[in-house]
Structure formats: C-alpha cells, structure tokens
Design a protein around this ligand. Structure first.
Ligand SMILES: Nc1ncnc2c1ncn2[C@@H]1O[C@H](COP(=O)(O)OP(=O)(O)OP(=O)(O)O)[C@@H](O)[C@H]1O
Ligand SMILES: [Mg+2]
Length: 259
C-alpha cells in the first residue's frame, strides 16, 4: 500500500435484502487531507462510513487502515486503532454533562472502569489526570468551557454537534469520519464547525472524511471529493472538476445544470 495513504477502501459491496447500499466502492484517504464524500440521499455515504468503522460488515471488499486489514475487526477495536467517528444522528448521553460525555468518549482508552473514573474523579491517580488533560484540551479547543457542566439535553442542536465532535476527538483519533457535522445548523454554527474542522486538520494533523450536503462548504474546505450515487462511485477528483462533472450534476438534479 502507498505510504501516503492512511485509509484504503477496496471494492466494498453491501446490500440489505434486495437493496444495494454499496456496489463495489473503492477510495483512499491521503495523510493530512480532507476528503469530501458526497452524493444524494440514500446513495450509501453513511453505509460506507459504517463499513469503515466496523458497524456494518461488508458483503465483500476490504478496508485497510495504515496498511492493516481491519475489515473484520469489531467497532471498538477499530476505534482503539484510531478511527474516530461523529454521527449523522448525534450519539451522546443526554442526561450527562458535557464533561462527562467527553470523559465517556475516552472509555476505550481507560484501563479502569470509566464510570468509576468519573465518580471518583478528584481522587484518582495518573491515568485519570491524563484523561482529564485530554478532555480539558478539547473543551478549550471547541470553545465549550461555558457549557462544560450543562447536561447535554439542555444544549441546542449546534452545541450538541460540537460536543459530539469532542466525543470523537476524545479518543485522540488518527483519522476522523464526520457524517454531516453541519446538518441542521444555522449559518454562524456552520461557520464555527468549519473552522474547527480546518483546525483539526491543520493543528492536529488529522485527516478527515467529510460527508456533507452543503456544497459551499464542500467546495471551500475539501481537498478531494468522491461522489456516490446508488452505491456506485460516479466521480472522484478536485472539487471544481467534480462540481462541473455532468454525471454528478445529473445525479443531484436529474438534469444537466451546475450544482
Ligand atoms: N441498517 C440498514 N437496513 C436497511 N437498509 C439500510 C440500512 N442502512 C442503510 N440502508 C439502505 O442503504 C442505502 C444507503 O443508505 P445510507 O444511509 O448509507 O445513505 P446516505 O448516502 O448516508 O443517505 P443520507 O444522505 O440520507 O444520509 C439506502 O437505500 C438505505 O435505505
Ligand atoms: Mg447518511
């Protein structure tokens, strides 16, 4: 495998009963890049992320992470290897605080019981100090200091998405899979999220697979784009080339107009 590639997906196929979600998709992610993964609703974007992080088992095909075949590993092992995931539907504990959610996000790195670590927080030893340091850095980075002790259920949608990103960062991932991180956000919240995504790439040097419906964001921040349609990869390339690709335009609009 090419050394510049952190992740490689090879000929992944997946179907649910009669429905083909992925029909032999291959793609790769280079070190340090933001790869846009776009396509109309139901085209297989989330399914592909699920095959990468082990939530779905592909019917055929392989996933390689840093040269290692991870296709058959369970999700927790894949997360431990360094593939972080933020979800299209947010997956947080709404009854717990922001701080507790971020600590819970580190549980795969904890040797001791994560709930014990939270409960006995001030008294416990070095391991917890390290967890706390990582989580405090994330709180700083995502500018959520003011809501650190709020229960997540009391937060607006935009902040919840931010905390969900923090939960993914808590595992100190080597690559991040973001599934529509700006969906449902207002313009200001979107601007903030875009800034965080760019910072994650720049400051933390973490490559990102970004599923995003907002074409303006895609065109602005991704290095390359892969386009899915009905489970097929129909285009791949730099954002400008993809934007004017007739097949892509057709997939989105059913007619030949620019997206
Ligand atoms: N767990 C599942 N059970 C049955 N069908 C599924 C499942 N997950 C996905 N599918 C089907 O696979 C296809 C691809 O779905 P997927 O959620 O991957 O699309 P998507 O590109 O993420 O769409 P969206 O933009 O709406 O999020 C769809 O036809 C969907 O109904
Ligand atoms: Mg989806």
């Amino acid at each position: 495998m090419n050394n510049g590639r952190v992740l490689e997906v090879s000929d992944i196929a997946l179907s649910f009963g009669g429905v083909t979600a992925l029909a032999g998709v291959s793609l790769h992610v280079n070190r340090g890049e933001i790869l846009g993964l776009i396509g109309p609703n139901g085209s297989g974007k989330s399914s592909l992320l699920n095959c990468i992080n082990g939530f779905y088992r592909p019917d055929s095909g392989k996933v390689y992470f840093e040269g290692k075949d991870i296709t058959r590993l369970p999700p927790y092992k894949i997360a431990q290897l360094g593939i972080g995931r933020a979800f299209q539907g947010i997956q947080l504990y709404v009854g717990m605080t922001v701080l507790q959610n971020l600590l819970a996000g580190r549980h795969l790195k904890m040797k001791s019981n994560p709930l014990a670590a939270i409960t006995y927080w001030p008294w416990v030893h070095r391991e917890e100090v390290e967890h706390r340091r990582v989580v405090e850095d994330i709180i700083d980075f995502l500018e959520i200091e003011a809501v650190r002790n709020w229960v997540v259920g009391a937060l607006g949608y935009g902040l919840r998405k931010r905390v969900d990103l923090g939960r993914a960062l808590a595992l100190e991932p080597k690559i991040l899979l973001l599934d529509e991180p700006t969906a449902g956000m207002n313009v200001e919240e979107k601007g903030d999220m875009v800034r965080f995504i760019l910072d994650i790439r720049e400051a933390m040097n973490i490559p990102i697979v970004l599923v995003e419906h907002d074409m303006e964001i895609v065109m602005d921040i991704v290095d390359r784009v892969v386009v899915l349609d009905f489970g097929h990869k129909i285009a791949e390339g730099n954002p400008e080339a993809v934007r004017t690709d007739p097949q892509v335009i057709k997939a989105y609009l059913g007619e030949e107009e620019e997206i």
